[in-house]
Write a protein that binds this ligand. Sequence first.
Ligand code: SF4
Length: 477
Amino acid sequence: MPAKELSPIDVYKLLPRTNCKKCGEPNCMSFAAKLVAREATLQQCPVLLEEKYRPQFEKLWDLLKPPVRGVEVGVGDRKVVIGGEYVVHRHEFTYFHPTAIAIDVSDEMEEGVLVERVEKTSNFCYEYIGMKLYLDMIAVRSSSNDPRRFEWAVKKTAETTDLPLILCSLNPSVMEQGLAVVGERRPLIYAATRDNWGEMADLALMYKCPLVVSAPNDVKLLRSLTTTLLKYGVEDLVLDPGTYADEGLADTLDNFTMLRLSAIREGDEALGFPLLGAPIVAWSRREEDPTLNEWKESYLASMLIVRYADLLIMHTLSGWALLPVVILRQNIYTDPRKPVSVEPGVRTFGEPDEWSPVMFTTNFALTYYTVASDVQSAKADAYLLVVDSEGISVESAIAGRKLTADTVAEAVRNFKVGDLVKHRLLIIPGRAARISGEIEDLTGWRVLVGPIDSSGIGKFLGTKWKEEISKIKGSGE
Ligand code: SF4
């Protein structure tokens, strides 16, 4: 049953219904609602873990498990879960596990180059509207096909980072050498194919590691291989339907889409696994200007993120090529049920005093960080009142009555804004102009309507604000 159609009643019927509160919820129905929203796990109900409830537990497990299996790669704090999704489109429910991004190193790289790439990947961090965006894994490729060389590269990489690893070789002897070094770190094995699946399956079972199944542009073969591997006992699988740039792009996107629809809409369990994309193929033909390879890799990665890839292997480490990709990923994987918001309250910029400007904005994260950045760029000493609009931007919040003169007046009162300054001038966003009169009535503050776009704040403070505050100071008001 699709996640969005599952009701708390369906789940409640299978719970112990003792209302014992051991799960931290007031009753079983409330726990059922949390299970349906995927905000709790079955293991949080200790009663359900008792032997006599085993049949109910198993039924609930089947009911609640995602149609795309969640596969863990790595161990400890940096462990990454890929897949584990319930819906095709995020607005149908939400996505849970952002597409993981791995950067490659090869066993033919010089030591300095390899270590530098691993360190850059591990230290990559970009701050975006209050969130830190990271890269997630390192893919160690055996381009030499030499087991000793691969062992060296895997060892060097593992010594340099605690990020999860993907070991890439189609040669089982090479793979075995790499697993001997890092098997206990649960790397992802890339890959089982039509030719080597038996040996790779044995390695996956021996080291208890997840396994990629690769069948480029052949969904039928992919399905046949996963069916065989499942029967063989390997359950943590990842699907690689092949990634092609240029003229193969349409096939690539078709295959990714077909696989995800088959898993979720048709409930095909043999295809219900995370999908691996390889934008790194953009480097298979070196352009005269490598910028072109990076550009191609970046757009390929973006397309695969919106077409259900759960894991990407990339080569570029250029900020300009990676930033659009990690930002796109962040935007797609935010929970549409919960707007991205910041804490309401008063923020100070520079060293404001009792004659400094007071502005307000809403607590929608993107709005807040845009305004904050513009106030900082203006080098203003100012107060910024962040009003709770339930994480919605100014214009939408006004239209939806989440931002009203009442909520503004309440914020002014609750956060004691009047104690911060001697004047009673409140700069409001240009897009809130229509509630300016009501704000004046309810707060007793005089309103100055600020710019429509916060990029105009600097100019506004240097002209209109300066003029008004000078008049007040001059009049001794
Ligand atoms: S612990 Fe289990 S049985 Fe007790 S209230 Fe929670 S869901 Fe119900």
